[in-house]
Ligand binder design. Structure first.
Ligand SMILES: Cc1cc2nc3c(=O)[nH]c(=O)nc-3n(C[C@H](O)[C@H](O)[C@H](O)COP(=O)(O)OP(=O)(O)OC[C@H]3O[C@@H](n4cnc5c(N)ncnc54)[C@H](O)[C@@H]3O)c2cc1C
Ligand code: FES
Length: 259
C-alpha cells in the first residue's frame, strides 16, 4: 500500500448525537482527511479539556460524506465521556489517516463484514467503497446495535444477533455467520472482514478455520502513540510481533497467531 503522510489539524464539530442508548456519532469537516482516508484506517483524536488538554484516543473512520468524517463511538471511560459532552461548534484535534486498510481488490468473492458492537464502524466506510454482501452485527442487547437508518445507501443483507435475544437472532454473531454459510452453501466463496472484541475475533477466526474461509481482522489493541513509536500495541503474528497501529490494524487471518 502506498504510504500516505497523516494530517493533523483542529476541526469543528458539526454534530454529536446519540443513535441508541449505547452508540453515539460525532461528525466534523476535514477535507484533507476525507480525501485520503481508506476503509480500515483510524485517526487519533485529541479531546480538548481544561484539565487534560491533549488526551488522544484512536477511533475508526465510520463514514465519509464529501468533506465530512463521521465517527461511531460508545462511552467507556474518561476520553469517550468527554467526547460525548462536546457540542456542535466545539473543537477536536484529529491526526490521520493511520494504519493500513482492508483488502479492496478481491474478485468473485462474497464479502461478509462481521462487527461486534462498535466494531461494525469500519464496515460502513468499507461498504461505501466496495460491495459488502452481508453485514453481520452482534451486541449484548438491541441498544448496542446500529439503527437501520445508519445502513442507508448500502445494499448488503443485514443480520443482527443479540445475546439477550432483544433483536435479531438470539446468541453470538457466530450464529449469524453460520446462517450465512448455510445460505451460501459453499463457504470457500466467502471472504470475512472482522472487527470487535477479542473473544469475538477468536470465535470467528476459529469458525473460519473450521470451514476453510479466508479473511482479515482489524486488531484494535489499546494504543498510546498510534504511530509505531511506543511499541505498546503489539500483535503476535507468524512473522514475530507487529505493531497494530502501524503494521495493522488489519491483519490476514493466515498471519495472526491467537493465544
Ligand atoms: C484502532 C482503534 C480503533 C478504534 N475505533 C473505535 C471506534 O470507532 N469507536 C469506539 O467507540 N471505540 C473505538 N476504539 C476504542 C477506543 O479507542 C476506546 O474506547 C477509547 O480509547 C477509550 O478511551 P476512554 O478514555 O474513554 O477510556 P479509558 O479510560 O482509556 O478506558 C476505559 C475502558 O476501555 C478499555 N479500552 C480502551 N481502549 C480499548 C481497546 N482498544 N480495546 C479494548 N478495550 C479498550 C480499557 O481497558 C478500559 O477498561 C478503537 C480503538 C483502536 C485501537
Ligand atoms: S500505539 Fe505506539 S506503537 Fe502502536
Amino acid at each position: 500500500m502506498r504510504k500516505i503522510k497523516p494530517v493533523d489539524e483542529w476541526v469543528t464539530i458539526r454534530e454529536n448525537i446519540r443513535l441508541t442508548p449505547r452508540l453515539l456519532k460525532v461528525s466534523f469537516d476535514f477535507p484533507k482527511l476525507a480525501k485520503i482516508a481508506r476503509p480500515g484506517q483510524f485517526l487519533q483524536m485529541a479531546i480538548e479539556d481544561a484539565r487534560d488538554p491533549f488526551l488522544r484516543r484512536p477511533f475508526t473512520v465510520y463514514r465519509v460524506k464529501r468533506n465530512t468524517i463521521e465517527i461511531l463511538y460508545e462511552v467507556v471511560g474518561k476520553g469517550s465521556r468527554l467526547l460525548s459532552e462536546k457540542k456542535k461548534g466545539e473543537r477536536l484535534k484529529i491526526m490521520g489517516p493511520l494504519g493500513n486498510t482492508f483488502t479492496m481488490s478481491l474478485k468473485k468473492r462474497i464479502h461478509v463484514a462481521v462487527g461486534g458492537g462498535v466494531g461494525i464502524a469500519p464496515f460502513i466506510f468499507l461498504g461505501q467503497r466496495m460491495p459488502v454482501h452481508y453485514f453481520l452485527m452482534g451486541a449484548r442487547s438491541k441498544e448496542g446495535l446500529l439503527p437501520n437508518a445508519e445502513f442507508r445507501g448500502l445494499t448488503g443483507k443485514k443480520i443482527f444477533a443479540t445475546e439477550d435475544g432483544s433483536c435479531g437472532m438470539k446468541g453470538f454473531v457466530t450464529a449469524a455467520l453460520e446462517k450465512v454459510i448455510r445460505e451460501v452453501g459453499d463457504a470457500g466463496k466467502l471472504y470475512l472482514f472482522v472487527c470487535g472484541p477479542k473473544k469475538m475475533l477468536e470465535a470467528v477466526m476459529e469458525m473460519a478455520e473450521r470451514f476453510g474461509i479466508e479473511g482479515e481482522a482489524s486488531m484494535d489493541e489499546r494504543m498510546a502513540c498510534g504511530i509505531g513509536a511506543c511499541l505498546g500495541c503489539m500483535v503476535k503474528t507468524r512473522d514475530g510481533y507487529k505493531t497494530s497501529c502501524k503494521d495493522g490494524t488489519v491483519f490476514n487471518f493466515k498471519d495472526l497467531l491467537v493465544d
